[in-house]
Ligand binder design. Structure first.
Ligand code: ZN
Length: 283
């Protein structure tokens, strides 16, 4: 396994970690100044200044875009919503191409309100990924399906395990691992009894496009907004990264922490400094 000590250029910061409290340009400056090699920005931040300006700023500070966050849902309540989300996603792909993003992250949507419930939602997601994949291929932007923890199946994602996401990739784009793969987030996947074999299969298929870290707090207060800093929770982070790298992943390690009550109240530079420390000591 690669050592991350003194290797912050192998590490990236998802801007959600800083709580979206400042304009993108300022956030990019901070992340670059702290020595990180990459960043994963969100659509609303990029759209606020335009992709062209964002891309220019990214080049100026020398940050790689590990992933562009994130898709509008592919499972929807009705046709009007489906169309609106698809055009938002196509626009996001244009922006991702301009940013030179290594992937566009897909959070596919939950079952609530979808015709046919869970089964219907999964079927819509399959069709949505297939449609978006054709658009992504035209633009040369890989799609990374991010499986979310099963507690999100109702409201955020009906893709809940690495194995399920991998099967979706193989069904939509058999053999095309360059344009369709997975973003694997420890927060969503750490509990999976099939973790080792699922990661090995995803790696063998060449489909691991992103790796996100944080921690699962033993006494977590909120399944969305109370992610822990690496080392503060129950996830075996070195063990997880060992599996990811054993499977062939050579991309960056991206920190993604939603933490309304804790880290989003800490000064951004201090958050980055703790992230840097924990990446080198706890990941
Ligand atoms: Zn993630």
């Amino acid at each position: 396994m690669r050592s991350l000590e003194g290797q912050l250029h192998l590490c990236a910061i998802n801007t959600a970690t800083l709580g979206h409290r400042e304009p993108l340009a300022k956030t990019l400056d901070r992340i670059a100044r702290a020595g990180f090699g990459g960043v994963a920005p969100w659509r609303r931040e990029v759209e606020a200044i335009g992709a062209t300006a964002a891309a220019r700023h990214l080049r100026a500070v020398g940050l790689t875009v590990t992933g562009y966050c994130r898709s509008a849902y592919l499972a929807t309540c009705d046709e009007a919503e489906r169309r609106a989300n698809m055009s938002a996603n196509i626009k996001a792909l244009d922006d991702a191409a301009e940013l030179g993003a290594q992937c566009f992250v897909l959070v596919v949507g939950g079952a609530h309100g979808v015709k046919g419930g869970l089964v219907g939602a999964r079927s819509q997601v399959h069709d949505g990924v297939a449609e978006l994949y054709l658009e992504a291929r035209k633009r040369g932007v890989p799609l990374a399906i991010e499986p979310l923890h099963p507690t999100y199946a109702s409201d955020r994602s009906v893709v809940n395990t690495i194995r399920q996401a991998l099967a979706l990739c193989e069904s939509v784009a058999p053999g095309d691992n360059a344009m369709l793969g997975l973003a694997i987030d420890v927060y969503h996947c750490w509990w999976d009894p099939d973790l080792a074999s699922s990661i090995a299969s995803a790696g063998q298929a060449g489909r691991i496009l992103g790796y996100h870290v944080c921690d699962w707090l033993a006494d977590t207060q909120d399944r969305l907004m109370d992610r822990g800093m690496m080392g503060d929770g129950v996830v075996d982070l070195p063990g997880f990264r060992h599996l990811i790298e054993l499977a062939g992943y050579r991309g960056m390690v991206e920190v993604e922490i939603f933490s309304e009550q804790r880290w989003w109240k800490v000064a951004p530079d201090e958050v980055l400094s703790v992230c840097a420390d924990r990446l080198q000591s706890a990941c």
